[in-house]
Each structure stands twice: as structure tokens, then as C-alpha cells.
Design a protein around this ligand. Structure first.
Ligand SMILES: [Zn+2]
Length: 457
């Protein structure tokens, strides 16, 4: 598996070890060596074609001639002689998924991805088929594109998809990289961007709207001097946006499914939260909240999380919110409980436990149990310390409609959610202090203010 030396030599000065190129993703070939380190020139909008034709060379292969880059006449600076690129050997399902993926990768930009050759006008042709030997490239090269520090009209890029004919994301990544070389993008040292060589990072890459250094396996100066960042950095997204302009705004929110845990189940402390998040374009971030408090935000798949290991007993709300690059958000919620299932205190076999809302929790006789005085959430087994104007007690979440608190407690709250609060006054006796309308504040959940509706004894 060696990179074609001629292409390599054309590629860079300043690359050190050839061993680093054992499995090159793809390469680019300067249309003119004198263009190296040139100033990147944004194309005249009138000279830009917004059509990218994905050609799988079925059924008879793609006939190519050496010459100036021109997709409409099948001439290219890549092959050295008349050549035939063999048809794509992957399945139709793989092909369709690749087309979808390339559409998704370019969704923010004003381009049309087509799979039939346009009958008129200009277009980029991305050949997604064959092997490198078909156009005299070295074994193991996944793709190649002509390259200059600017947009090459009617270019033909190559993704040698028959090397990886079953790997949708790998083919899509290579197509995205090779097409973008034709718009003047260098390799980026960023494992989230399709311009990367790095095998780490998400398998499905997306053009990153952030300036970053160029490079294959090591950071290096960019081979072109880009607007605003010079040779120090490149912003893939910005260069492509400048080339094609923006597509219609993204109005389709992501889809979020919490696959574990499922609604109403019992969980253990530190339980995993597994999700499936998809978007028609790009997922920007996914946030996991437990009982309204943010636990973690991830920007890359897989979007799986872990609940805290110091999980309080009782009911918990798992919320996962995905936001796409267009700012559209979707939240999915499941309610779970931590503790033994019960219908009555007598079923709670651990000393001092009582039954709240169908699960056993530490009761008033346990340290940090329900109804014991507290100063902070950490004082309570439930993780919830609530206070009214004069007292603070450890509480458990409850449903005000069900009012399933143990004897001596009432479910006080505003709306559906409440907490079990001592029902016979401030820790005992009959209260006459007239606390109607005072509010219960669950510490640490600052936004949750509960209007106290104390039951009169
Ligand atoms: Zn490349």
C-alpha cells in the first residue's frame, strides 16, 4: 500500500516520513506545480457550477482521456492515457446510502447532488468507482483530485470506491474530500472534517466551520494562503460557503430516541443513557440532563451518557436534547425510578425504608431519609433538599395527582410534579403560623419553585 510517488512529490514539500503514508486517504494533484503556496482565489460566482454529478460508472465503466479537466468531455489531468474506470462493485443499497450521505454532507451549501449526467451546462463529476490502477494511481490510494488554490471548473474527482465498496461512511468521506480538493481545499488536521486523513473521530465527517491547521498525519502549514487565515489555517466550511453560497435554511429538527432506559423502568446508580440521534443535515450537540440539571454535552456520535453514581433514590427525569447546526432542537424524555418496587411500606425490607410512588426510599428514621432536616442536597439520600420559609427537609419527588407519599407526608407541588413534605406541620405539632402561599424551593434546582399548599391538621 504505497502512495503514488509522482502524486506525492507534487503534493508537498515539507512532508517528512513516507511511512506516514502507508494508507493514504486520498491525494490531490496540482494542476500546475507553480500554484503551490499560492493565494487562494475565490471563484467568480458566475463561473461556479452548482451541480455535482456522482458517477458510479455502471454498467460499462467510465471512459476517460488525459487532458484539461473537463467533466463534460471526460478529460482529466489525472489519467496519463486513455483509461477505463471499472463500475462500482458495491450494492445498490450502499450506493443509495452514499448518495444520501454526500447530500447530507453538502446540505448547507447551494449545490445539487445528481446521479444522472446533466445533458447541458457545467458540472463537477465525482467518479465513485474503480480502483486506483484504473487511472495509473498507486495501490491503496482511496481517491485523487486535481488541485489548485482555487475552484477548478468542470473538474473530475476520483473516489476508488471498489477498495471500500461496502463502507458507506468511508466512501462518503472520500467523495467529500476529493470533490472539495477541486474547490481548492487542502487536507485539514481535524478528525471531524472530511478533509482529514485521521482515522479517529466520528466515522461520518462534516465540514467544520472553524479555522484549523492543515495536515495529513501531522499539523503543517496550508498549501494555499486562505483569506483571513493565510497559510496558518483553513476553514473548510467557510471556503465552500464562499464558493457555492448557502442552501435554504435548515428547518427540520433532529430526531432523538432514548433507547435505554425505557419509560417507567427501575435503574441503578450510574445507569447508562443510550440514544439514537439523527438529523437531515448535521447534529451540532446533544445534551443529557437529569432532573433538569445538565450532566454532559457531546458534539460527536455515539451520543451515549452515564447518570451520576451518587443518584438519589426516587423518581428521576432523563432528558436528552439534540440541536442541529441550524439551531433546531428536539428533546426526548423518559422517567425512571431508583429504588426497590413497592406498593406499601411493609414491602420495603431494608431498615428504615418507606414506600414512595411505588419504590422504596430511605424514610424519616434513616440518616438523610425522607423528612429529615437538611442544609444541602448532598445531605439527603434522595439528593433533594427542599426548603420553605422556615424549614428544610429531605424530600422525594412525587406526582401531585397520585399523592403517593407515605403516611405523615403530603405531595405538595405546583402542577403535576411535587415533593413529599411533612404534612403535620413543621416537623411535628400543629402549625398555626399561616404559611399559606409560602413556597418550597428544592435546592440546586433553582428554577423549580413549588407553591406550598399545606394541608391543615
Ligand atoms: Zn485528499
Amino acid at each position: 500500500m504505497h502512495r503514488n510517488f509522482a502524486v506525492m512529490a507534487a503534493l508537498t514539500v515539507g512532508m517528512v516520513s513516507s511511512a506516514a503514508f502507508a494508507a493514504p486517504r486520498g491525494s490531490y494533484k496540482w494542476t500546475d506545480d507553480s500554484l503551490q503556496n499560492a493565494v487562494y482565489v475565490a471563484p467568480n460566482p458566475a463561473a461556479v457550477s452548482h451541480v455535482i454529478y456522482l458517477n458510479n460508472c455502471k454498467p460499462n465503466g467510465c471512459q476517460l482521456k488525459p487532458g484539461q479537466n473537463n467533466a463534460t468531455t471526460n478529460t482529466s489531468t489525472i489519467p496519463q492515457s486513455n483509461s477505463v474506470v471499472q463500475p462500482f462493485t458495491g450494492s445498490d443499497a450502499t450506493w443509495n446510502a452514499v448518495v444520501q450521505c454526500v447530500k447530507q454532507t453538502y446540505a448547507d451549501f447551494d449545490v445539487q447532488i445528481v446521479t444522472e449526467r446533466p445533458t447541458s451546462g457545467n458540472y463537477h463529476m465525482a467518479i465513485v468507482a474503480g480502483t486506483p490502477g484504473n487511472v495509473q494511481q498507486g495501490n491503496g490510494v482511496l481517491g485523487v483530485s486535481p488541485f489548485s488554490c482555487g475552484y477548478i471548473s468542470n473538474a473530475i474527482s476520483f473516489t476508488f470506491a471498489n477498495l471500500i465498496s461496502n463502507d458507506v461512511d468511508e466512501i462518503c468521506w472520500t467523495v467529500s474530500q476529493e470533490t472539495a480538493h477541486s474547490w481548492g481545499l487542502d487536507h485539514k488536521y481535524d478528525n471531524r472534517d472530511p478533509m482529514t486523513y485521521l482515522e479517529t473521530g466520528p466515522t461520518r465527517k462534516s465540514f467544520q466551520n472553524a479555522a484549523g491547521v492543515c495536515g495529513e498525519y501531522n499539523a503543517r502549514q496550508c498549501s494555499c494562503s486562505y483569506q483571513g487565515t493565510g497559510t496558518a489555517k483553513m476553514n473548510s466550511y467557510a471556503v465552500i460557503m464562499q464558493t457555492f453560497g448557502s442552501s435554504a435554511p435548515d428547518t427540520v429538527p433532529p430526531s432523538v430516541t432514548i433507547t435505554f432506559p425505557t419509560e417507567g423502568t427501575q435503574v441503578n446508580a450510574g445507569f447508562p443513557v443510550k440514544t439514537t440521534v439523527t438529523d437531515d443535515r448535521t447534529v451540532e450537540k446533544v445534551t443529557f440532563k437529569l432532573d433538569g440539571a445538565e450532566i454532559k454535552t457531546l458534539t460527536d456520535a455515539p451520543f451515549n451518557f452515564q447518570a451520576p453514581t451518587n443518584l438519589g433514590q426516587g423518581k428521576h427525569k432523563v432528558e436528552v436534547t439534540a440541536v442541529d447546526r441550524g439551531g433546531n432542537a428536539t428533546t426526548s424524555t423518559v422517567n425512571v425510578t431508583f429504588g426497590t418496587v413497592c406498593t406499601d411500606d411493609s414491602e420495603c425490607t431494608t431498615d428504615g425504608e418507606v414506600c414512595v410512588e411505588g419504590h422504596c426510599v430511605a424514610g424519616p428514621s434513616s440518616e438523610g431519609g425522607l423528612g429529615t432536616p437538611c442544609e444541602a442536597n448532598s445531605d439527603c439520600v434522595s439528593g433533594q433538599c427542599a426548603e420553605d420559609s422556615s424549614n428544610s427537609y429531605c424530600v422525594e419527588s412525587c406526582d401531585t395527582a397520585a399523592s403517593a407519599c407515605p403516611s405523615g407526608f403530603a405531595c405538595l407541588g405546583d402542577g403535576a410534579s411535587g415533593v413529599c413534605w411533612p404534612s403535620n406541620g413543621d416537623g411535628g405539632g400543629c402549625s398555626t403560623s399561616g404559611n399559606h402561599g409560602a413556597s418550597l424551593l428544592v435546592l440546586g434546582l433553582g428554577a423549580i419553585l413549588i407553591t406550598r399548599k399545606r394541608r391543615r391538621a
